[in-house]
Design a protein around this ligand. Structure first.
Ligand code: HEM
Ligand SMILES: *[C@@H]1O[C@H](CO)[C@@H](O)[C@H](O)[C@H]1NC(C)=O
Ligand SMILES: *[C@@H]1O[C@H](CO)[C@@H](O)[C@H](O)[C@H]1NC(C)=O
Length: 406
């Protein structure tokens, strides 16, 4: 009997060594993100795959049946320094206070979204439009929080910080620019201290009870950065898909929106440390969103007409799920529709552009208004491989920084 148990354990161990090596080698040797690699390797597998230190959770049903746990999803990251975003806080009193304050701001912003007059036009261009959209949404986010346009000086201080954070998130650089972050921090602190009557938290006592770092992080990170970074990516994904499926977006926006987020979730992987006898785990959002779906890799918005399918995992799944789903949906939709409904807008991805979950070389398109030129499909952008490689390198550095795969 003992021999049998020992044998089973040995086989288990060998399997977990094999799976871990397989996963590591694949992640290191391809340009894909770990989440995409996991989907390629383990596809429609059900349940858990044993790794040395963690379990890989392969499908949403298994994930949602795990014991409830309020731990933060992500490990420590230097990408956000000096800010402490809510999603990095353990579920202690700080987290509770921040969630409470967040929900206050969330409600108020939801009222402001459609009240703020807001006009912009994306310039005709051939190249990376990700930063153009990022700038537009950054400005709009400022307006949502402060209920007015930023001065040039204010915007420069804030926008440089936002770019610096997003560059690390996008793996365009690997270390924060501390002086720029400091200017961002100080500018937000000054705006909080001004406490103008239109400031989001003007009447929120609990906000002002928090420590300074939490006040600044709440405004700078939970709201400004997250709105700018997340909504920009989502709008870019929708624009790329819109170029191929305009009717779907015009005829049924909700379906197309969910289908965009199913194929291109904005988070790559979730990692969670072990806690009270539970093994730590890792899950790929790409896999969770495709495992168990028919024709999982195809953009097919009609599938959302039926409810007979696994759930959309892109907003999270437990107490730590995104508290801003409605806000993020409305902002992204508003920006997206503003762009595509301007006088005869057209958009065409570069001939060598591949739509991936991240934008390793930016969102490379031609866009314009009026008649679409015939030769527009031929245009290619330069330095694709170099940009891919850079992203790959910084992603590995970040994986080490965050202990993502250990
Ligand atoms: C645009 C699409 C968005 C998606 C798909 C999304 C998705 C998610 C997901 C999956 C999580 C769980 C944590 C993680 O994966 O790291 C999360 C957490 C969070 N999101 Fe979002 N998010 C979006 C936009 C936003 C926006 C615009 C805001 C702020 C206004 C926001 C605020 C937050 C906060 C504060 C948390 C942390 C919650 C906690 O840990 O208690 N999200 N989001
Ligand atoms: C889109 O996904 C959300 C979140 O899972 C869900 O609540 C909503 O019903 C879905 N929309 C459609 C049209 O199925
Ligand atoms: C904002 O989003 C929510 C949920 O996605 C939706 O019910 C509501 O109608 C939206 N508001 C507007 C004005 O479109």
């Amino acid at each position: 009997m003992h021999v049998k148990i020992a044998l089973i354990k040995i086989v288990q161990y060998i399997k977990s060594v094999y799976n871990t090596i397989l996963l590591y080698l694949s992640v290191i040797s391809t340009l894909m993100t770990p989440g995409t690699v996991i989907w390629k390797l383990f596809g429609n597998r059900k349940g858990k795959v044993c790794l040395l230190n963690r379990d890989l959770i392969c499908d949403s049903k298994t994930l949602m049946n795990l014991p409830k746990c309020g731990k933060p999803l992500d490990g420590y990251t230097n990408a956000l320094y000096p800010f402490l975003p809510t999603f990095l806080l353990d579920n202690n009193q700080y987290w509770i206070d921040r969630r409470d304050v967040f929900s206050y701001g969330n409600n108020l912003i939801n009222k402001r979204i459609f009240d703020i007059s807001f006009d912009f036009e994306l310039k005709s261009k051939q190249g990376n439009i990700l930063w153009d959209i990022f700038e537009i949404i950054s400005k709009y986010s400022f307006q949502l929080v402060f209920n007015r346009l930023p001065t040039d000086e204010e915007f420069n201080d804030i926008y440089s910080g936002l770019i610096d954070i997003n560059k690390i998130i996008k793996r365009i650089s690997s270390t924060p620019n501390i002086p720029i972050r400091k200017i961002f921090y100080d500018r937000i602190l000054k705006l909080i201290k001004d406490n103008n009557e239109n400031f989001l938290f003007h009447n929120c006592e609990n906000f002002f009870k928090m420590d300074e770092i939490h006040q600044v992080s709440s405004v700078a990170e939970d709201f400004l950065t997250t709105m700018a970074v997340q909504c920009t990516d989502l709008v870019c994904h929708m624009l790329i898909l819109y170029s191929e499926y305009p009717e779907d977006f015009e005829n049924n926006f909700e379906n197309s929106f969910n289908e965009t987020l199913r194929l291109y979730p904005l988070t790559d992987i979730w990692v969670r440390e072990s806690s009270n006898n539970e093994k730590g785990w890792i899950a790929s959002l790409v896999q969770l969103n495709r495992n168990g779906w028919s024709q999982p890799n195809t953009f097919n918005p009609q599938r959302w007409d039926s409810t007979n399918h696994p759930p959309l995992m892109s907003w999270g799944f437990d107490v730590r799920r995104c508290p801003a789903q409605k806000l993020a949906t409305n902002i992204s939709r508003l920006i997206f529709e503003n762009i595509i409904h301007k006088n005869q807008f057209w958009i065409q991805p570069a001939a060598n552009f591949q739509h991936e979950r991240t934008f390793p070389y930016g969102c490379q398109v031609s866009l314009g208004y009026g008649d679409k030129p015939h030769d527009v499909k031929l245009w290619k952008f330069n330095n694709k491989l170099k940009m891919q490689f850079q992203r790959w390198l910084f992603e590995k550095l970040r994986m080490i920084d965050q202990n993502e795969l250990n």
